[in-house]
Design a protein around this ligand. Structure first.
Ligand SMILES: [Mn+2]
Length: 383
């Protein structure tokens, strides 16, 4: 094997092709707004008052995902490529709660990330217009009112031609997330759902709680269960009611046994085929408990034997390469987390999906990159 054959070598070259335009604009603006730093600071681009957590993430108290701009006035929302929005619900949990802290946990640790990924050769800052809309106001004592709020919020974002990235929140939000999108989709919506649990019971404890979203989502006329693919299912805390519903409706369950037997690529191909069959878009629902609790302990209903993080990332790269019309990452429960690892995985899931969409030319300003490096000339990218 030669050095030139390494993916790493290609990605070293690829970095040269990514513009530095927006980062430079951020640096300039932060310096303007934040005033000149003390005389002893050699790098004169560093401002006195830190005005942009995207630049100095690790020492900034970012309050938005990746430090992107906060969308104060929702009426003024234009059409960014991506809007991050929290749905801090934990009224739908049936065991241990804490997902109301999910959005802030994910946002907080996301400041560790710069938006650039070496292996994907993507800089989200340069390629995507992104804002953080803060959280949707949930009504903690009333799950149906919370659904109405989340549904309306997600629909509003979709109306503004943007990909909503919903930071959960327990998995009950999966239903209003799909319910908010579906009416705006011309055609059917497929669902790719990562989870250790089928979440297809009609009710939990007499209400539409976090074990029920895909029963109700697949009641929506243009979200048929034949376009629902569930990946990572297994373990001992599944519900037989949910399994019965999944069987009777013709949903597809890909278990951990399937993943071991057929491998990541074949499983991903099958998921794409099923989710996209006669569908015009696909929604991604990622339950963080699909990743083994050794890596993702901060969650309400952990189930050993799940995906390894590397397997999850590879699957995500494969199943989102055809594009998505929205996504959610759910069930992050910071009170049960250890060293923020679960929140970090959730941030990573989001960034990897966005990076894949950019790399595949499905979203943002940067066209798909060739596998082989070509010229290293700087490509001008429209903002
Ligand atoms: Mn689950």
């Amino acid at each position: 094997m030669k050095r030139s054959q390494l993916h790493g070598t290609r990605m070293l070259e690829a970095e040269a092709d990514i513009p530095f335009k927006r980062r430079q604009e951020l640096v300039d603006q932060a310096l303007q707004n934040g005033l000149e730093s003390a005389w002893s600071i050699t790098d004169r681009s560093i401002p006195l008052f830190d005005r942009n957590p995207m630049l100095n993430g690790k020492y900034s108290s970012a309050t938005t995902f990746l430090g992107v701009p906060f969308q104060e006035d929702m009426r003024a929302l234009e059409s960014p490529d991506v809007v991050f929005v929290g749905a801090p619900l934990d009224a739908g949990t049936t065991y241990r709660s804490g997902t109301r802290f999910g959005p802030e946990g994910i946002r907080s640790i996301s400041s560790l990330y710069s938006g650039y990924n070496f292996e994907l050769g993507v800089d989200l800052v340069e390629s995507l217009d992104m804002v953080d809309a803060g959280d949707i106001t949930v009504i903690p004592a009333n799950i149906e009112k919370s659904f109405d709020q989340i549904d309306k919020g997600v629909a509003y974002l979709h109306e503004h031609a943007t990909v909503p990235v919903v930071l959960g929140g327990d998995h009950a939000i999966g239903y209003p997330d799909v319910r908010g999108l579906a009416p705006y989709v011309d055609g059917n919506i497929g669902i790719i759902h990562f989870d250790r649990h089928t979440d297809m019971s009609e009710l939990n404890i007499d209400e539409r709680m976090h074990g029920t979203p895909f029963f109700h989502a697949t009641n929506i006329p243009n979200a048929p269960p034949v376009n629902l693919v569930q990946i990572g299912i297994g373990g001992w805390n599944g519900s037989r009611y949910g399994v019965k519903n999944a069987r009777e409706r013709g949903a597809t369950s890909i278990t951990m046994t399937d993943i071991d037997r057929y491998g990541l690529e074949r499983v991903a191909e099958m998921a794409l085929e099923i989710a996209w069959k006669n569908a015009s878009c696909v929604f991604l629902s990622f339950d963080i408990d699909s990743i083994d609790p050794a890596f993702a302990p901060g969650t309400g209903t952990p189930e050993p034997g799940g995906l390894l993080p590397r397997e999850a990332f590879r699957l995500l790269h494969s199943v989102t390469r055809e594009g998505i019309c929205g996504m959610e990452v759910v069930e992050v429960s910071p009170p049960y987390d250890v060293a923020d690892t679960t929140s970090l995985l959730a941030a990573r899931v989001i960034c990897d999906v966005l990076g894949t969409l950019v790399a595949e030319g499905k979203l943002g300003h940067r066209p798909a990159r060739d596998q082989e490096p070509e010229s290293s000339s700087e490509s001008e990218v429209g903002a």
